[in-house]
Design a protein around this ligand. Structure first.
Ligand code: N01
Length: 502
């Protein structure tokens, strides 16, 4: 993209030195917020060669966002051009690139900079990258995403498969699929999108399902021309539409936190969608044995149609091993395959890893997080002064577009950064404030359907507790409206914050 690698402009109010790790939706947003404040002394370190996280990496066939497109945008940067209710992955990626360019963030991104370590030395942070880069910072913001590390299953013989094999987040576009025999292990949101996209293209698709999923029916309708024009001509119309979508999503999301009325209506739509699967044997295979919404709901209006096509076979016998010719299930059957894809999700609990973060008195983040990832409001961790997260552990999920959530967090974070800059201080959350906040969130999460619905999911941490805050976006915005300064230790920075570019 033109201008993607220009140096940042010089001069002006430099502000505190900030290192942002990651150039996905959260990292770009932090850049926009700093520039809006007039602060230019920051850098966004991106380990890949192009910007973007999720939507750069997930380029599998059918990749799309099942959150309404007009809601999956920054609230201040609507996109009147969306052509359908749900946007395709590459279009979303292009939207965020365009916004990054429009708001002047691109010159601040450095590519090929994989952060290896961040070390606090009393005065500030020393961030080092794999290629030997060293960055001194007053503040570090980790915007590294939650679903970033592909999870590859430990299935005997996986290495021996003779054909191409890859994880959905590492899709090999050079591998032809037409009329070939494709094996897909896993049945989450990703796999269901792939099944719908490829059922007509491949010769045969074997879907190896360990656990059935509840599917909430959604229809991907085109956005008519008059509406696109209205979005373009009337910012007010666009804004109202955004907030209508937001409240609809929030109402549905409340089901997760225990609102029985919302839950009943939502559940019924899932039951009805499943009931339309004609073959009773297939329907039985696709019927989950846990509560709706316990796992992250699959949102799809096409999966059940696709899975009923003659090319698709749902295999529920359980994968025993992989051999050169294909997958052997527990009933001893060999399913011969040409291509094998792992739709087995992500390690959602490897947050920030393998970056080594060392805070006060040499304590590492791994030590602070030995039991559970202890954070204060999912934004900061004890003993890590001026080190912050966006979309960190225990961020809310499930009831809102993640973009709205990270915006609420970024606005809160800007208040912390403002204070750090104004008072020339370091801020670190008090241990007891973090523990109290986390206990309260974990208790509510346990009581939510994620914790009590009788399923396994990536939401659950090693203790079996959902690592998500069940707060809705409105609740989160209220909680984050103004920092409670008593919950932070504030102390003078040892060295005055730099005002000139490093
Ligand atoms: O991954 P998942 P995903 N043998 O963890 C199975 C977001 N997302 O990539 O259920 C056999 O949901 C596992 O089985 P089980 C969204 O938040 C958003 O699909 O554990 N199977 C499961 O079926 C989503 O939740 C969009 O029994 C094995 C599957 O692999 C998150 O990403 C689109 C196995 C993993 O499902 C992750 O979704 C796509 C094994 N050894 C994704 N190991 C949007 O549209 C695992 N499985 C916004």
């Amino acid at each position: 993209m033109k201008g993607e690698r220009q140096p940042p402009p010089k001069g002006g109010d430099a502000g505190p030195r900030v290192v942002i790790i990651g150039s996905g939706i959260s990292g770009i947003l932090m850049g926009i917020k700093l520039l809006a404040r007039g602060w230019r002394d920051f850098v966004i370190l991106e380990k890949a060669e192009t910007l973007g996280g999720t939507w750069r990496d997930n380029r599998y066939p059918g990749a799309a966002c099942d959150v309404a497109a007009h809601l999956y945008v920054y609230s201040f940067a609507p996109n009147p051009a969306w052509r359908s209710r749900y946007a395709k992955g590459p279009d979303i990626w292009n939207y965020y690139r365009r916004v990054a360019r429009r708001y002047g963030v691109l010159p601040y991104i450095q590519y090929g900079k994989e952060v290896e370590a961040a070390e606090f030395d009393g005065a500030g942070w020393r961030v080092t990258t794999r290629d030997g880069g060293v960055y001194q910072a007053d503040i570090v913001v980790a915007a590294t995403g939650r679903l970033h590390h592909p999870m590859l299953p430990d299935i005997p013989g996986a290495e021996s498969f003779a054909g191409p094999k890859f994880h959905t987040a590492q899709w090999d576009e050079t591998v032809p699929l037409k009329d070939r025999r494709l094996g897909l292990i896993g049945t989450g949101s990703t796999a269901t999108q792939i099944v719908a996209a490829l059922a007509d293209e491949v010769g045969q698709l074997k879907l190896f399902q360990r656990t059935a999923q509840w599917v909430f029916p959604v229809a991907d309708t085109p956005v008519p021309l008059w509406k696109r024009l209205a979005f373009r001509l009337s910012p007010r119309y666009a804004r109202n539409y955004y907030y209508t979508l937001r409240s609809q999503t929030e109402a549905r999301g409340k089901a997760a936190t225990g609102d029985r009325t919302a839950r009943a209506a939502r559940d019924q739509q899932c039951f009805d969608a499943l009931a339309r699967v004609r073959d009773p044997v297939l329907r039985a295979k696709l019927t989950p044995d846990y509560e709706v919404g316990c796992k992250r709901l699959v949102m799809s209006g096409t999966f059940y149609d696709a899975v009923q096509k003659p090319s698709v076979d749902v295999v529920v016998e359980g994968v025993e091993r992989i051999e050169p010719r294909g997958v052997v299930t527990r009933d001893g059957q060999l399913h011969e395959l040409d291509v094998l894809v792992f739709a087995t999700g992500f390690d959602a609990h490897a947050y920030l890893r393998p970056i080594k973060v060392t805070g006060e008195r040499g304590v590492t983040l791994d030590e602070v997080w030995r039991e559970v990832p202890l954070t204060y409001r999912a934004i900061a961790a004890p003993q890590m002064p001026n080190f912050f997260f966006i979309n960190g552990p225990y961020s809310p999920g499930g009831s809102a577009s993640v973009v709205g959530i990270v915006e609420a967090q970024a606005d809160y974070l800007m208040q912390l950064i403002e204070r750090i800059a104004e008072r020339k201080v370091q801020l670190v959350p008090r241990q007891e404030a973090a523990v109290a906040w986390l206990e309260e969130v974990r208790e509510r999460a346990r009581q939510s359907v994620w914790g009590s619905g009788g399923c396994q999911s990536w939401y659950l941490d090693k203790t079996g507790t959902p690592s998500l805050d069940p707060s809705t976006l409105s609740e989160l915005q209220a909680q984050l409206a103004a920092p409670d300064w008593d919950h932070f230790v504030e102390r003078p920075a040892l060295v005055e914050l730099a005002c000139a570019a490093a």
